[in-house]
Design a protein. Sequence first.
Length: 188
Amino acid sequence: MKAIAIVGSPRKQGNTEFLANHALKAMEEEGLSTELVSLAGLDIRPCTACMVCKKEERCPIDDDLFPIYLKMKESDAIVLASPVYYGSATALIKGLMERTGYVAHWNGRVFERKVGGSLAVARRAGQNFTLAQLDYWFQIMGCYTAGSTYWNMAIGLKRGDVAGDEEGLKTAWNFGKNVAFLVKKLRA
């Protein structure tokens, strides 16, 4: 049983990555193997709606996306994590969602019945809308989403600030535990 967390921040080792790793540790404690994929420094372009993926399981855009799609396809659980940029998820994670969503949809709905969920980090506000953007993707994909004790968000501006958000960390931890619970129940 495997879980993958994809961090849509253009910054390596920032607050969003910290929060995603925290949730993954909770999943590991429950026996899941985990992997964190940071989109920082990767070339992830937006979808052009060329519809090549409707005919075959691939995307013709030559960038760093397709190996991540294959990791998502092989995982039992997918977590999408984004910082809030101008009240929204980052362009990196939205590009990934658009393109992996199209490929998955036209090739047997390969994410259907996987466990999913999102994490968002902001310095002040915008997490609710960002969580909605990410969670709606899971609904379209036919995933089962895991909840927690509050919305899966944390507060932080400077690198490391999230480590001081006790409620945010507890929420991410419980989310990770619930992801693992659902994966194990579905795979039993």
